[in-house]
Design a protein around this ligand. Sequence first.
Ligand code: C2O
Ligand code: CU
Length: 494
Amino acid sequence: MEDFRSRRRFLKSAAALVGSTAAAPLISCSRPATAAPSSLVARPSTLSLPGLEQPVNIWSYDGESAGPLLRFKQGEMLDIRFRNELPQPTSVHWHGIRMPNEMDGVGSVTEPGARPGEEFHYRFAMHDAGLYWYHPHMNSEKQIARGMFGAIVVEEANPPFADREIIWTLFDWGLTAEGQIPEDKAFQLWRGFHDYTAHDIITTNGRTAPDIVLKRGERVRLRIVNCSSNRRYALDFGGHDPWIIAWDSHGVEPQRLGDRPLMVGNGVRVDLMLDGVGDPSVPHVISDVFDHAVYDETAAAEPICAIRYDTARLRPDGELERPRPPARNPFTLPDLTSDPERIPIRMTQDLHEVRDIPDIGGIATLLAAEQGVAPDQKVAVWKLNGQVLFEDLRSFQCINPTPLFECKLGRTYILELANDTPTDHPMHLHGHTFQILSKNGRKLPHPMWRDSFTLIKGDRMEVAFCADNPGDWMVHCHRGLHSHGGMMSIFRVT
Ligand code: C2O
Ligand code: CU
């Protein structure tokens, strides 16, 4: 639903990629399902990536990146003892899941955070089915960029029909010339909109995405979560036209993607039905066209993997019907009949003298370094209604968060978001599920339920929700450089 300029074809790079991967072995993109573990350990580890001589030093869950896929049936309990074996505090946030506030895993806001050697016991029911993910919520820009993320699947009692499922945790490894994660992302390394490092390697589930090998007439449920710390994607499906059946875990009226790329902002999930009805004799490449589609017409497409065809046929093409969306999850619907209170939220980028920025644990120095500005120049700070929330970079505590807005338990609110900055922001709100009512003055024809949604430059969006979950909840941009640059706050439900 996130509309972008109409897509272009990228046959040149597509053909090049298919040429190079045509001999790749037949492997499925998905990891084997694992039963949800009862423990999870954050610890340093290593990961081998293609084209690099040395393994990358990463931070991981259980030694892996992506971390273990956690799979539940709807209604089951997540019951995980988490232990921190990293050299700094961390916490686990379960992105998109509605649960009691004290389980939300936001270090210094909903829990103190686990210091090195400490444990935290997470235990809550998975009320809603769908695709979610987990990641740190302390120093999160850096901790996620080091490889800390994993997918969570909560299975529907009665899932929509598909022959199989593929889960993609899309992640972008921004590495130095030495093939390591940079300690500090200084501006000298920043070569583009997402591309601030020497090597920029896209992985799904922690490795180069294997080709998707379809049988003719097969239907694959492709479930994508953008786990990248900063990179957003606009996916072109190489001549395939998948159905979109869910955004952020919640079913939508199924629609074909059509003639534009699929925009997946940070933290966003999307469920597709990819049908094996393409031409097996021509190359198909799934590529990221984000920079091209949003910022720079001359930017090249970046291939992710190819769609190829098996010789086998599963069923005649015409037998694949319009898919059914997953059933609605049991969250409280907003009551739009009662003239809900409206809360404007204006997103801005303001320039400040470095010396005027409160130097909370070194944030001013870091922002200046990231933006390549001298101490006597101005740095950009990202704001929500003129306010910022910084995390102290020594203690990783959010210092005295002031609520951006306050809600009475059980009431419906309409947020009026306005992006008055020069760039896009995937906004995320914790603990609740939101209905997008309108975008740029146009009402949505069908309801759409989200917890993360992108506003590009100039966008206006109205979202409604019922404040049915008490506590202090985060609201922030999910681009790491923006959230630690100030575009974070809390909202309070009492
Ligand atoms: Cu995915 Cu506040 O987080
Ligand atoms: Cu942002």
